[in-house]
Design a protein around this ligand. Sequence first.
Ligand code: SF4
Length: 330
Amino acid sequence: MSKLIDSYNRSIDYLRLSVTDRCNLRCVYCMPAEGIPLMDFHDILRYEELLRIATIAARHGITKLRITGGEPLVRKGIAEFIKELARLPGVEDLSLTTNGVLLKEFASSLKKAGLTRVNVSLDSLRPERFNKITRGDFLNNVLEGLEEAEMAGLNPVKINCVVIKEFNDDEILDFAELTKKKPYHIRFIEYMPFEAGAAWDRDKCISSSQIMEKINSLQNLVPLVNLEKRTGPARRYKFHDAIGEIGFISPVSDHFCGSCNRLRLTADGKLRTCLFSDDEIDIKNVMRGGCTDRELEDLLFNAVRKKPERHHISDNIFKKCSRTMSFIGG
Ligand code: SF4
């Protein structure tokens, strides 16, 4: 079976599936307090449609699947859906991104269903600030969810922390220290231009090298893997006496587009070949129009052929994309 290779000779083996636009939080940099107009349930891909696309994609070299949202754990039947995905031949890594609020309840059933690992989006360890960021009082739920994921054997348990200047950058060391007590993989992510409605304020962005400098002032970080051979977007380190690790994801200051291996499918059935590009391919209506698997394959290959070389955040041609993060799934 032919593999998905784009016109820059990048092997595409990672598909992120957004299963809903709904979320049980209202994060300030993702949506307004009143929320955003939600899609009609009929407009959201059904599980069997998502499974059909994942099956075809796995036939052509997709080995990594990530389940995202909105918040995927708010969609009914998510564990059964993951069980179906875990059965797909060729899928080696099945992960989920969640805000962690419902993780305590789902961790063991997700593990039993075949989920490999979990990424929890968490930008503050302070209850009052967590409430301010998410407009929800659920920090304890998230922390208990992390514990439950660890106990259930989801491995690794990663924490995605978007660092924003004068917002949560004074917690960098708290997150770093957490790796001494817990086997969590902290991922410090540079602040990207996705704010709903508001213009992106580049001055709020703190680069990975600045974050690393701050942590090294506490204790030297030891590189984990050959920094040249990336196993994902993160540059990975740890404290010599820690059980967890620390990674830096630098889409703004040091993008990793040259080794990009991913595609995204939005909850309403649009294929996005790049996080920052609004060029989308409608899969849902083609499927509901009765297309064959062969026609779906052609759509997938055509999309990959048109995958952009990279984002242009640092160039003046950069245009913020029209969807917010909750409509893409990160
Ligand atoms: S910005 Fe686009 S090309 Fe670059 S890594 Fe992200 S998805 Fe890939």
